[in-house]
Design a protein around this ligand. Structure first.
Ligand SMILES: CC(C)(COP(=O)(O)OP(=O)(O)OC[C@H]1O[C@@H](n2cnc3c(N)ncnc32)[C@H](O)[C@@H]1OP(=O)(O)O)[C@@H](O)C(=O)NCCC(=O)NCCS
Length: 163
């Protein structure tokens, strides 16, 4: 499905095999659908995902079973190349709890430039226990809590992983 190298995963018994690979332009409609399903209140519009793909293709990773997308992770580098931000992470609801988000995050972190990136930052909703537990297990630590970070009523915790 893609010329990019594939990262094989242990598939759940009824679906798969899953691969993690950089997204391509052909993935956009499915990616938009998936993002809307994952983040009903904060889904990226099509044009934003389109431009993320233009900017960050190698860092827009999708979880693919060969016929559809079931998750994605998006990261971006700061202008000086020293800080990376996780801009999106999600796995389809029916496939959660199988270690797939952990694999997406591990692959995202593995692809960071070996020299130069000193910190990875992300924001997370304070009540999102699943995501917070995952990030802590990967070594992220809480850096602060910001009220209204994503607009009125949308507080976020800031977490960082330092090398
Ligand atoms: C958060 C999310 C990505 C986790 O995906 P997942 O594939 O179920 O996560 P994994 O199976 O890889 O779990 C990895 C770790 O996360 C933690 N975790 C996952 N689900 C959890 C839950 N319901 N409660 C507590 N911890 C949980 C555990 O530490 C788990 O490790 P373990 O299985 O060894 O205990 C998924 O719930 C999701 O897509 N949610 C909607 C979108 C979202 O909130 N994204 C994060 C935005 S910051």
């Amino acid at each position: 499905m893609s010329a990019h190298p594939l990262v094989p995963l242990s598939p759940p018994s009824e679906i798969g095999p899953f691969h993690i690979r950089p997204a391509s332009e052909d993935d956009l409609p499915a990616l938009v659908r998936l993002d809307t399903e994952l983040f009903p209140d904060f889904a990226y519009p099509y044009f934003v995902l389109r431009q993320f793909l233009d900017l960050y293709q190698d860092r827009l990773l999708v979880l693919d079973d060969g016929s559809s997308l079931h998750g994605y992770a998006l990261s971006a580098l700061s202008a000086d190349g020293r800080t990376s931000w996780i801009l999106g992470l999600g796995v389809a609801e029916r496939l959660r709890g199988r270690g797939l988000a952990r694999r997406l995050m591990q692959e995202t972190l593995r692809r960071l430039p070996a020299d130069g990136v000193h910190e990875v930052w992300l924001t997370v909703e304070p009540a999102n226990t699943a995501a917070i537990t995952l990030y802590h297990s990967l070594g992220f630590t809480r850096q602060g809590a910001r009220k209204d970070y994503f607009g009125p009523g949308h507080d976020r915790l800031l977490l960082a992983l330092r090398h």
